[in-house]
Design a protein around this ligand. Structure first.
Ligand code: FMN
Length: 318
């Protein structure tokens, strides 16, 4: 429907139809999932954390073959720095392909902003704190992904939740904000927008989508999780990590170093489906997810729920 979301900077930047991003997630956010999300009008994101140009080229081509809808690419700065030659090849590839929308995460975006923006690429940076938001703005990014402590994956050790973090960033920063953490539907999306966001990102919701490539046991564990279904683990040197509450993650939270299969979460959990002996990332939003749904249904239901919520709030005027 034309005319929706007038002035929304995220939609202008990304070319997406709806202000919803599928969060970038190692191994999960590849062609199968990202193309399904983009086809449905939200912004699919492709991850590059394998730091392998062959994988990047393969997945990029597969998304292009599946859909002409816009999609984005995530650059995990910390991972890329481990192989500077590959980092350069991946950046060159994005520039050569005239990619429109890139997010950076886990590190200082200053390292890449000039090159990417010089090539006409829009850059949003993921931040878990107000301090990070101010630094990213200073580095010249075009927008922020603001990740509250509810989110799955690597988190700020300070554990500031989205309700306060979004407002604190909105007060101090003028850039467009994409809210991440705790959002699975239109109600959460409306709330995030009330707190200052122009778009939302969902991670855990898409891990448990039909097109997510992870083992059905992992999706089932997300669906079974209650409000206390995740735990925060230390992620040295300074961060934390929110994961599903399992036998292994409870032991790790208690200071026991769990060896072996836990270190290879992709093989053991994503492919092997071993929930008990691993610590797979998940957000507190798992408590709000009750079924595996196709990406298109997630997006349609989110948009329908969003407008319903907006109408409900508008009706408060009487
Ligand atoms: C399984 C999983 C893996 C993730 N991996 C990454 C990653 O590789 N890079 C990244 O920037 N964020 C990663 N994240 C964080 C997401 O990008 C996003 O911030 C988060 O999922 C939002 O919270 P939600 O899960 O409540 O939707 C991951 C999250 C999950 C659940």
């Amino acid at each position: 429907m034309p005319g929706l979301f007038p002035g929304n900077r995220f939609l202008a930047h990304s070319g997406a139809k709806f202000p919803i991003i599928q969060a970038p997630m190692t191994w999960i956010a590849r062609a199968q999932l990202a193309s399904a999300v983009s086809k449905a009008g939200a912004l699919g994101m492709m991850e590059t954390s394998s730091v392998d140009i062959a994988v990047t080229r393969r997945e990029f081509a597969a998304i292009k073959a599946a859909t002409s809808a816009p999609f984005g690419i995530n650059l995990p700065i910390m991972f890329l720095r481990q192989n500077e030659d590959m980092e350069k090849q991946i950046l060159d590839f994005l520039v050569e392909q005239k990619v429109r929308f890139v997010t950076t995460s886990a590190g200082n975006p200053r390292r890449h902003v000039e090159r990417l923006k010089g090539a006409g690429i829009v850059v949003y940076h993921a931040v878990p704190s107000l301090e990070g938001a101010l630094k990213a703005e200073d580095a010249g990014v075009d927008g922020l992904i603001v990740e509250g402590a509810e989110s799955g994956g690597i988190r700020n050790a300070e554990e500031v939740n989205s309700f306060v973090l979004l407002q604190a960033v909105r007060e101090r920063v003028r850039l467009p904000i994409v809210a991440a953490g705790g959002i699975v539907d239109g109600r959460g999306m409306a709330a995030a927008m009330a707190l200052g966001a122009e778009a939302v990102a969902m991670g855990t919701r898409f891990v448990s989508s039909a097109e997510s490539p992870v083992h059905p046991n992992y999706k089932a564990a997300i669906i079974a999780a209650g409000v206390d279904g995740t735990v925060m683990l230390p992620r040295p040197p300074r961060a934390k990590m929110r994961v599903l509450r399992t036998k292994a993650s409870e032991a790790m939270a208690g200071g026991v170093e769990v060896q072996g299969r836990v270190s290879s979460v992709i093989d053991a959990l994503y492919i092997g489906g071993d929930v008990d002996n691993t610590a797979g990332s998940a957000g507190q939003s798992a408590a709000l997810i009750h079924e595996v749904k196709p990406a298109q249904a997630i997006i349609e239901d989110t948009m329908a729920g969003f407008w319903k919520e907006i109408d409900r709030l508008a009706a408060l005027r009487g």
